[in-house]
Each structure stands twice: as structure tokens, then as C-alpha cells.
Design a protein around this ligand. Structure first.
Ligand SMILES: C[S@@+](CC[C@H](N)C(=O)[O-])C[C@H]1O[C@@H](n2cnc3c(N)ncnc32)[C@H](O)[C@@H]1O
Length: 259
């Protein structure tokens, strides 16, 4: 999807989003209004050490070889600097996730797709009282993420495993989460499968953040399915992320907003 065609197609989707999305003046729900405004807050000082780590990793020439679980185990060789620059969320979007978690103050967080652990650290520092389970399928990346979690001395639990193994195990032990971030295996069928399982791990009011909803035609199809899902009470399209709020008894609403 990083072909020239893919880049042009994503740019067209971005332009369409810019032309059709609104800002806080187009939000009538008080809950969504407060959530959206919180995304632009100045983050607390605890985020500074994550910025520093992110900057350091952007300079690292260390090469990691791993079998990419999101691409049928295709063997990949990539520098840490390239992962930190191009695969991890940028500082700006990491800050948005941090602010979102700070606003929601969840009790239990699940992240699927951790790579170097940067997005987990951005979110954890948003509300460090929440329990945090981060899942990464490539052992070499999970080990790196674990190192970064240790350097930051934070209680993020890192589990190395495939989503298709971890999710049924979580369901089996009746785990539940009130904040979930899915950032991996960006294809239509796997995303549909994970979303259905994630809903079973949710409680009333759970927020699910879906990454890269406009990354490909397949991901847009998935996002359109989510918008149409009767369980998804509020859906918010921020282009980079889709936010889903599962709340029983509230009328369904969709928002398309600019970050
Ligand atoms: C886009 S990266 C995550 C970036 C990270 N959230 C950040 O912003 O710092 C997606 C990660 O998901 C992992 N992944 C993809 N498919 C997976 C699967 N089916 N099971 C487990 N991990 C998977 C990949 O190995 C990759 O590290």
C-alpha cells in the first residue's frame, strides 16, 4: 500500500475528509464536544520523557529482523529509526491519544499492536492509574517494547502473541476493558473479526480507537461497517483514527471531525 498509487489514493481520501469534516461548532452532543476539545489540550509534563525516548529512537540505526504478523509472516528487516519515524504514531498523534486517555480516565486499557511500545507509553502516561495490557505479535518487537517500558519504569504488561490467540484467551477468562486501541493487521476481514471480539470484551461506555481507518479501500469498508453497526453508539472519524463509543440507551450519531 506504500506504492505511488496507494499514496495518491490516501491523499484523495484525506482531501475528501478535509472538505467534509467539521470542528467543535458542528458537534451537538455534549459528551463528544468535551471529548473532541480535550484532544487539543496541553499535555501534562509526564509526556516529556516519552517525547525524549521517541526522539532517541528516531536516531537509532539498529536493525530489527522479524516476521511481520500483519503481512502473513513476511520477513522484514527495518531500522529502529524507521519504525519510530514511519510506523509509530507521530508525537502529535501520540499526544492526541495521550489527551484522549487523560480525558476518559479509563480503568483498564488494552492495546493491540505495540511495535516499539511508543503508543502504549503515550497512552499510559495519559492516565497511569489504569491497568494496561499491550499486545505485540512479533517477538523481536515485543522485546524492544518491553525494554522501553522498563526504561520508563511503568507498569504496562506486555504480551507477545497474535491477536487471533490473545483475544479468545481474554474472552475465555472474561476480561473486560473500558478503553481499547487497535493498531495492527489493517485488513478488512481480520479487522472485522477483531472488532467483533473487542465488543465482547467491552463494558457499557467502552471507547474503542481504531487506527488507520482510511489506510486502504479495505480499511474504509471496515470503518463504514463500524459506522453502520447498531452497537456503535457514537462514531467519530478523525481521519487518522476512528473512535467508537459503545453506550446503551443513547441515540446513534456519527461525526466527522478535523484533527
Ligand atoms: C502500526 S504497528 C503499531 C505501532 C504502535 N501502535 C505505535 O504507534 O507505536 C502495528 C503492529 O502490530 C503488529 N501486528 C500486526 N498484526 C498482528 C497480529 N495479527 N497479531 C499480533 N500483532 C500484530 C505488528 O507486528 C506491528 O508491530
Amino acid at each position: 500500500m506504500s506504492s505511488a498509487y496507494g499514496i495518491v489514493a490516501k491523499s484523495v481520501r484525506y482531501l475528501r475528509h478535509r472538505l467534509t469534516s467539521g470542528n467543535q461548532h458542528s458537534i451537538h452532543s455534549p459528551q463528544v464536544f468535551a471529548l473532541y476539545n480535550a484532544l487539543f489540550d496541553k499535555p501534562g509534563s509526564e509526556i516529556q520523557s516519552i517525547y525524549r525516548l521517541h526522539r532517541e529512537l528516531k536516531q537509532s540505526d539498529e536493525i530489527i529482523r522479524y516476521a511481520d504478523p500483519g503481512r502473513q509472516g513476511k520477513s522484514t528487516s527495518i531500522s529502529v529509526k524507521s519504525l519510530a519515524r514511519n510506523v509509530a504514531k507521530s508525537e502529535r498523534l501520540g499526544t492526541v491519544l495521550h489527551n484522549l486517555v487523560h480525558h476518559l480516565k479509563p480503568k483498564s486499557i488494552l492495546e493491540l499492536g505495540s511495535s516499539l511500545g511508543l503508543s502504549a507509553l503515550y497512552q499510559h502516561t495519559g492516565w497511569s492509574q489504569a491497568s494496561f495490557l499491550a499486545v505485540e505479535g512479533a517477538p523481536e518487537l515485543a522485546e524492544k517494547a518491553q525494554q522501553h517500558v522498563q526504561i520508563q519504569s511503568v507498569p504496562i504488561e506486555l504480551q507477545c502473541g497474535l491477536f487471533d490467540d490473545v483475544l479468545p484467551a481474554l474472552l475465555e477468562r472474561q476480561a473486560s476493558f473500558d478503553y481499547i486501541y487497535l493498531d495492527g493487521h489493517h485488513q478488512l476481514e481480520p479487522s472485522r473479526r477483531y472488532y467483533e471480539q473487542l465488543k465482547q470484551l467491552a463494558v457499557d461506555g467502552t471507547v474503542i480507537v481504531l487506527d488507520d481507518i482510511h489506510w486502504s479501500a479495505g480499511m474504509e469498508q471496515f470503518w463504514n461497517d463500524v459506522i453502520a453497526d447498531t452497537d456503535a453508539t457514537f462514531t467519530i472519524d478523525l481521519f487518522e483514527f476512528g473512535i467508537v463509543i459503545l453506550r446503551s440507551g443513547a441515540p446513534k450519531q456519527h461525526f466527522s471531525l478535523r484533527l
